[in-house]
Structures are given as C-alpha cells and as structure tokens.
Design a protein around this ligand. Structure first.
Ligand SMILES: [Ca+2]
Ligand SMILES: [Ca+2]
Length: 324
C-alpha cells in the first residue's frame, strides 16, 4: 500500500526544486549609443534622421552657435541671443532602429546638466519608424528656459524644463534594442599555404547592433581543433584576423573556424563541424638575384672559371647545389 503522505511530500519537494532552479538565459537586448541623427554607423547605421534650425522672430535675434548643439561635442553649446520675448528651436527627427524598445532614452545636456530622459509612450508610439523631438531656448528679461519636448502626433510634450538654462549643449539617443540575431561572417581567406610559415587567417564579421568578440579555433594538422582565448571586437563591422605558424610538414591538412558573439550574447560560428581548411605546400625556392661568370688566365695560362651567384630569401637557405 502506498504511503500517500510521502508521495505528497516528494511531489512538493520536486515542485520546490523546479521553482528554485535558475533558468540560464542570455539578455536579448543591449544599449546602443547614437550621437547624431544624420551621421551614424552605429545601431544599424541609421543616418536618415534630420536636424532643423528654426527662429520664431529673426528680426530681433537668432541662434548663436547653432551648429554647436549638434556637433557631437558635449562641451560646446548654442543659445538664443537677442532682445525680446522669442524662442529659437532645434527640431530633431531620429529614425528608429529595428526592434528598438520604448525604454530607449534621450540623452540631453544644457547648462543645467546632463540627463537621460524617459520618452513618453505616446511620443514613442506616434510613428513606427521615427521619433521627433524639439529643443527650445527662450529668454526674456527676468525669465529664461531651456525646454526639451517630444511630439506625439497632436502635441509637443515637455519632458524637461530647465529654468534659466538656455545653453543647449548636445543631445543623443541611447537605443535599447532587442537583438536576437547573431553576427554574420564573410570574406574568409588565408594569405598563403606554405608549410612552416606565418599564415594569416582572415574573416569579416558584421552585426546589426554591435560585435563583442571572437574565439579562433585552429587545427595545426593534428586532427584536433584548439580554441584560442576570446578576443574583443567592437563596432558593427570588424575582422577576426589571426596569424599562426603552421605545421612544417608539406601536405598537412590545416583546419580553422571562428566563433563570434554580439553585445547581446548571441553566438554564431563558421561551421566548426566542417571547418575551413587547406593543405600545406612547399615553399618556392629562393630566387637567384645575380649571376656572373668570367674566365681569367693566371700565370702559366691555366684557365680558371669563376662564378658569383646570389641567393636571397626571408628564410634560412638550408641547401644549395651547383650543377654543370
Ligand atoms: Ca549629438
Ligand atoms: Ca555640442
């Protein structure tokens, strides 16, 4: 007969273990910084955004140093100059990266300091492909503001109001991007197949969001692939270039492959079950760079022939032979 109490206890212990067992899962998002809406190779290379300068009353004043507000330099600024109750504006239009999350942040700086602004959901949802901001520098005697807003299709929503801080230094986006796509590779090559020589194993990597690093795996003719340590890569396009001195035996099969990950921890490899490979070949003989011969007749008229031959090579010349 079963002891039902024991069965129940066993069942609850099992549930308890299942609940407490941590699930191992890599983060599938990453942060990507985009300094300029219209000049970018980061975050998917979205350089299709725009900046626009506007002045509500050009007859009485203007922006001073407008270009400083978008020059990518967080120490330079532009501001409203001129007397009168009017404003100068900077309109910004970012193209959203694919799979960007609404937790992305707008980083801004005026003379009140630097801040990462949360974007109101109505501004985020207004358009699937773009994000629109406005920066206003306003001043009149006794009153001045720097105002940072986003557009939700109907209204400008004020996100940051900086009283008396009218110096507009810079802005940028911190995109929070879902990234489940691993890096891709192309252009595999080696610069030689000569036995016993330094050989460069070259491979190009790209990632939509950002590369993190690679592991080069190498079989020097032994039949076993051995992993190098992980090496960092940066940017969205980079190369895993590794030089190895290969087996000095002619006819050895050299195999190699590469693993790479992106900033979200997505991994890819070049197919290490069927690696790239080549067979080592003999180094060509050193070239003869000069050759001279001449006859001369020492005392007694015995003929003596002399040869002068120069062989040169990057490597040690082990043997040479002259043949008539
Ligand atoms: Ca900027
Ligand atoms: Ca600036």
């Amino acid at each position: 007969m079963y002891n039902t109490n024991k069965l129940k206890i066993g069942f609850f212990v099992l549930i308890f273990i299942l609940v407490l067992t941590p699930s191992v899962k890599a983060d599938t998002w990453s942060w990507c910084f985009q300094e300029s809406a219209n000049v970018s190779t980061e975050c998917g290379g979205l350089d299709t955004g725009t900046y626009e300068e506007y002045n509500s009353n050009p007859t009485v004043g203007n922006w001073t140093n407008f270009s400083n507000t978008i020059d990518g330099d967080w120490d330079t600024y532009g501001y409203k100059s001129g007397i009168g109750a009017f404003s100068v504006y900077l309109y910004i239009n970012y193209t959203k990266p694919q799979s960007a999350l609404n937790t992305s942040l707008w980083q801004v700086k005026d003379n009140g300091g630097i801040d990462n602004l949360t974007i109101p959901i109505s501004c985020w949802n207004y358009d699937n492909t773009k994000l629109i901001f406005m920066v206003e520098s306003y001043s009149v005697r006794g009153d001045a503001d720097g105002i940072w807003s986003c557009y939700n299709g109907t209204n400008w929503l004020e996100i940051r109001l900086s009283p008396y801080y009218t110096q507009i230094y810079e802005e940028a986006m911190w995109w929070n991007i879902t990234d489940t796509t691993p890096p891709t590779y192309s252009d595999n090559s080696t610069n030689s197949t000569h036995a016993g020589q330094d050989i460069l194993h070259s491979l190009k990597w790209t990632d939509v969001v950002g590369l993190s690093g690679y592991i080069f795996s190498f079989d020097n003719g032994t039949g076993t692939l051995v992993n190098n340590t992980w090496t960092a890569m940066t940017g969205t396009t980079n190369w895993s270039n590794v030089t190895k001195i290969v087996n000095s035996t002619v006819g050895a099969t050299i195999r190699w492959c590469v693993y790479a990950n992106d900033t979200s921890g997505n991994w890819n490899n070049t197919g290490c079950d069927t690696p790239f490979s080549y067979v080592t070949t003999e180094l060509p003989p050193p070239p003869i760079t000069t050759f001279r011969n001449w006859l001369f007749f020492p005392d007694g008229f015995a003929k003596v022939r002399h040869w002068a031959i120069t062989l040169s090579d990057n490597n040690v010349i082990r043997r040479w032979r002259m043949q008539q």
